[in-house]
Design a binder for this molecule. Sequence first.
Ligand code: LMR
Length: 387
Amino acid sequence: MFDQLPAYADDPILGLFEAYKADPRPHKVNLGIGIYCDEQGRVPVLASVRAARALLAEADAPSVYAPTEGAQPYRDAVRQLVFGEVATAPLVVVQTVAGTGALKTGADLLKDLSPEATVWMPDPTWANHAAIFEGAGLRVDHYPYYDGRTGGFDLDGAIATLGKLPAGDIVLLHPCCHNPTGVDPSHEEWHALFDTIAQRGLLPFFDMAYQGFAQGVDEDAWAVRECVRRGIPCLVASSFSKIFSLYGERVGALAVHAPGADAARLLGRLKLGIRRSYSCPPGQGAALVQAILSDRALEAQWRAELESMRLRMRAMRTALHRALGPGSGYLVAQHGMFSYTGLAPARIDALRERFGVYLVGSGRLCVAGLNPSNIERVSAALAAVRA
Ligand code: LMR
């Protein structure tokens, strides 16, 4: 039976990262995968994380199984970070294997509870979203999101589609730093989206992988918190890969806002899904995040480090915009790690083949891979392929 397996088409992001690593050219530039690098082009070890590691090393605790849903102090800390002033709302929070694991745990729950629902995702969206929900057995479709003519959010297109959906359908939303475009709705646009979602009885599923990369930790959670303030049931997947620079630890969480639901039963359903999937979550990353978020000084240090990552990305956006000139205003209008260049696939190939500059095939450019030593090279390459 194994002879009948179809060939695996490499993942458009992870496959590209492998090709980048294998590229022997010394001046290659990685603007593909979403990994934050510092001024020197290195993945940073945050000082707050280093301090938390030292605390854990000193405690020298044995490696034991975590509770299926994750440790209570971790779950409490995440609840506060994500929901802030609305953290007392009826929420069930579980630790997950990073953001992807949160999406998968949520998708399995939804397939279990609402097998006929369709998941509506923005067009475009993260390359892995459709695979995760289809893999869980749910139907997937898209609503208009990016307006190629304006380079902004297509609110009318989104509302026209969402406004016709049947109650119970699921709407995938990026609360900040939309991946891959960097285009985020304004507060007024979010209000219009929530009005439609509430009128139609739709279920929002937020994917929040970049809380703090657009405007700030609390500002970036605004849409999630507004949804909760309105009493709309929703799911929230959080990833701490980027914002704690803990890519390898696979640390994240899934929160379910379910007003009126029996919280113990809901938690039980989530535990059932986790137990039959991977039993319980990994310990180290969650212990680091918990140590940081439960210590005022460490949390303040982490927030300052997160802010400096955010500002560095903004500075790189401005620098590339200055270098490229007219027609590149999208760089400073968009938020977070990614920008949408609008470059056709042939130009993306030329960037990689002729200049060693790696962008995702969709035209997504990771601004977090830019630094003072590669920005000139990148802008010259972009100008050359655009000519
Ligand atoms: C990305 O979008 O580049 C990141 O989320 C990494 C990944 O797993 O695709």
